[in-house]
Design a protein around this ligand. Structure first.
Ligand SMILES: Cc1cc2nc3c(=O)[nH]c(=O)nc-3n(C[C@H](O)[C@H](O)[C@H](O)COP(=O)(O)O)c2cc1C
Length: 309
């Protein structure tokens, strides 16, 4: 109890208001990880502490994906309150890869300048900021211009009823190029690194999971082939944006279907995830954030309550 009080005082002293309620979960985390206030070097980034703001879509961009000053102010608040590293909300690398309205984009050079204002503001405090990049894939929004989402295979999403179309080799190469260009823009805009969104049922996780990837070409079947789109993106970014530009990954460890169900049996499992992680590490990914769930499996990633320890 006394220890808890001390920690809470330290938190308040640090003005960590972004944490919101000092709930059970937080107290447990602090008990388990007292080193959370200590500096650390992660992916070449010198962090003042170990608080990571996991990517969270803020709905604060303009309709075309341009980041707004409102979004910048949110990151500024996080930086002012000593978050070690802020990971932005998911930012789409091609207009066809947008999933939700007011999502931020990074598909065009005109976004470099507004992002630059944001990174400069964050760096005035001692926080680092990493841009999370994504293509919506099977979970991309349907619009007049993009009536059918693209994915590795034509597997119907039984929750939304959407049947995506199978991508051609050419489209896969274009997506790799789009991620690479997005990385170059992110570096020019002053981001400290990138996080590739390989979780939650978006395009890169569609490739990694055997549930959504039934291809038999070099982009499917084996674990190495299913991870190839990601390892190719990493390889190209290293070539084009520099080997030292940090590339982090957010990776699903499960699709989130009920254990023992047919879908869970077909889907990704832990031993496949471990092998995928090894491929990613070998290609130069410097950090893996684990997560889980795709939208077809229900609200796995956005539960309304947090378990206490
Ligand atoms: C409102 C909201 C928006 C989110 N947006 C993103 C996002 O843009 N990118 C992402 O990777 N995760 C996003 N998430 C998921 C969280 O970062 C986190 O992964 C999730 O809450 C589950 O935690 P876990 O990954 O530790 O299981 C979002 C979650 C919520 C509640």
């Amino acid at each position: 109890m006394e220890w808890n009080d001390r920690v809470i005082k330290k938190l308040l002293g640090k003005k960590l208001s972004f944490l919101g309620m000092l709930d059970n979960y937080l107290s447990c985390s602090l008990l388990l990880f007292p080193m959370i206030f200590d500096p650390i070097t992660l992916c070449n980034m010198d962090l003042q502490n170990r608080f990571v703001r996991s990517a969270t879509h803020e709905s604060m961009a303009e309709k075309d994906g341009k980041p707004t000053s409102k979004l910048g102010n949110l990151y500024k608040e996080l930086a002012k309150n000593d978050v070690g590293v802020i990971i932005t909300g998911f930012s789409y690398v091609l207009p066809s890869g947008q999933s939700v309205i007011y999502q931020q984009g990074i598909y065009d050079d005109r976004f470099i300048e507004p992002y630059m204002k944001i990174t400069e503001m964050v760096h005035r405090y001692r926080s680092k900021i990493v841009l999370q990049i994504v293509h919506g894939g099977r979970q991309a929004a349907i619009s007049e211009k993009y009536p059918v989402p693209m994915a590795p295979s034509e597997i119907k999403d039984e929750l939304s009823g959407v049947v995506p179309r199978e991508m051609t080799e050419q489209e896969i190469l274009e997506v790799i190029e789009a991620f690479t260009k997005a990385a170059i823009r992110a570096k020019k805009a002053g981001f400290d690194g990138l996080q590739l969104h390989c979780a939650h049922g978006f395009l890169l996780s569609n490739f990694i999971s055997p549930y959504t990837n039934r291809r038999t070409d070099r982009w499917g079947s084996s674990i190495e082939n299913r991870a190839r789109i990601v390892t190719e993106i990493v390889r190209r970014i290293k070539e084009q944006a520099g080997a030292d530009f940090p590339i982090l990954v957010k990776l699903n460890v499960t699709d989130g279907f009920q254990q023992g169900s047919q879908k869970a049996d077909i889907g990704i499992n832990i031993s496949q995830v471990l092998q995928t992680a090894k491929f990613l590490e070998k290609t130069g990914v410097c950090s893996i954030e684990v997560s889980g769930g795709i939208s077809e499996a229900g609200k796995v990633t956005v539960k309304t309550a947090i378990n206490s320890c």
